[in-house]
Ligand binder design. Structure first.
Ligand code: AMP
Ligand code: GLY
Length: 420
């Protein structure tokens, strides 16, 4: 088969690396890809939001299957366009990607179908939001309705901070049209868990749980990022909680989407908070998490391509989806200043790694023959081992093998999990 993978991050490098070892894969394209993927796929210099050119390319190359990594093309409707040309895809269509594309949609869906989540109000008029901010409980969480590169969430501990966040989104439009409507919701406490699931609308299979580390700095300090590191499985998420989540959250969400005429096929990502009142949904994503997938995929023992194809053909229940009971750790190496402002084009030197350590590329490119940085999150070091402690130690032992000007990374990935 000829396969096209859309995206340029560590998540897509993980997908491409896996697929490149599959005997059924003939030609493999990464669009636009990164320097790390150049070794195992043909890079296609087209942007992930340039839908017309993507479709044109897929048709021209007679691609057999497209795997969509990031949220933007899903929410914009890339899968709809490709499927209307007869090209099958892994990923939800536009009508179901709205589960990630609109927080107002997802909050209303959860409310209508009794899926546990934080209490909330929706506003599309700034005066009404500001009036509500005078009396609501603190802390409160303000969320822009639409996509905002993972930055559209503000946890406000004071009324001033709450008002500032509302004005920034609704008046200054820092997230553009994504902030035309906002959600103000109850602040939840507990341990966070990410659960990626495969679903084709008929059945749903959870992958091993994981714990992302979203804040930029150690001790969960600093601004929210796309994710600075992940461990899997998440020790706070017990088999009993998994069963509870299946019955109260995962299957009801799949059924709700079917009922709405928005059958979801792809990876449905549940961002959960394990609160004292039970697990609640913080967010849905319509795609694999990044860097969650980098830590979870090495635990998959079954054939990834067979699963992706089965999801797109709605026969997930017929394929084997098996995982090892190992643990894994992914440490993100980021550009100095990420996620706020950072420079790119810094020369990267890469030494040798111990056996089994996987170095995935994210924001990298070749400048001539020199490997340079090309984004906020630059590389991911992924280690798998019998225990979480060994996996964490193995990932950190390799950090010194990579260097670039300004490189920053968290030193405490896995610390909270190891205290479980
Ligand atoms: P999101 O983009 O919705 O995943 O939010 C980013 C991060 O903000 C989450 O990973 C949580 O750490 C935090 N967060 C979002 N919503 C809430 C909430 N209702 N209560 C507490 N923390 C939240
Ligand atoms: N790591 C969080 C996400 O992919 O949304």
């Amino acid at each position: 088969m000829d396969i096209l993978v859309i995206g340029s991050g560590g998540r897509e490098h993980a997908l491409v690396a896996n697929l490149s070892h599959n005997a059924d894969v003939n030609r493999l394209f990464a669009l636009p890809g990164n320097a790390g993927m150049a070794g195992c796929a043909t890079l296609v210099p087209i942007g992930t939001k340039d839908l017309d050119r993507i479709v044109q390319f897929a048709k021209q190359e007679k691609v057999d299957f497209v795997v969509v990594g990031p949220d933007d093309p899903l929410v914009l409707g890339l899968v709809d366009l490709l499927e209307s040309e007869g090209i099958p895809c892994f990923g939800p269509d536009k009508r179901s990607a709205i589960l990630e594309g609109s927080k107002v949609f997802s909050k209303d869906l959860m409310k209508r179908y009794g899926i546990p989540s934080a209490e909330y109000e929706v506003f599309d008029k700034v005066e009404e939001a500001l009036a509500y901010a005078k009396t609501c409980a603190l802390p409160s969480v303000v969320k822009a309705d639409g996509l905002a590169l993972g930055k559209g969430v503000v946890i406000a501990h004071t009324r001033e901070a709450l008002q500032t966040a509302i004005r920034a989104m609704m008046v200054d439009k820092v997230f553009g049209s994504s902030g035309e409507s906002i959600v103000v919701e109850q602040f939840l406490t507990g341990f966070e868990v990410s659960v990626l699931t495969f679903t084709d609308g008929v059945s749903l299979v959870p992958l091993p749980s994981s714990m992302d580390h979203k804040r930029a700095f150690d001790g969960d300090q600093g601004p929210n990022t796309g994710g600075m590191g992940v461990i899997a499985p998440n020790p706070y998420y017990t088999p009993e909680l998994q069963e509870l989540c299946m019955q109260q959250i995962f299957l009801p969400t799949m059924a709700a989407m079917n009922k709405e005429g928005r059958t979801f096929k792809g990876c449905l990502y549940f961002g959960l908070m394990l609160t004292p009142d039970g697990p609640k949904v913080i967010e849905y994503n319509a795609r694999f998490g990044d860097p969650e997938l980098q830590a979870v995929l090495p635990l998959l023992e079954s054939d990834l391509l067979s699963i992706l194809l089965a999801v797109s053909q709605q026969r997930l229940k017929d394929v084997e989806v098996k995982f090892s009971n190992q643990a894994s750790c992914c440490v993100v190496l980021a550009s100095g200043g990420y996620p706020t402002c950072y420079e790119t084009g810094k020369r990267i030197t890469v030494g040798t790694f111990e056996e089994g350590l996987v170095c995935l590329h994210a924001g990298t490119r070749f400048d001539g023959t020199t490997l340079v940085t090309n984004g906020g999150r630059v590389m991911n070091l992924v280690a798998t081992a019998q225990t979480l402690k060994e996996a964490v130690e193995k990932a950190y032992r390799s950090v010194d093998s990579v260097s670039f000007d300004g490189m920053q990374y968290r030193k405490d990935i896995g610390k909270v999990a190891l205290e479980a």
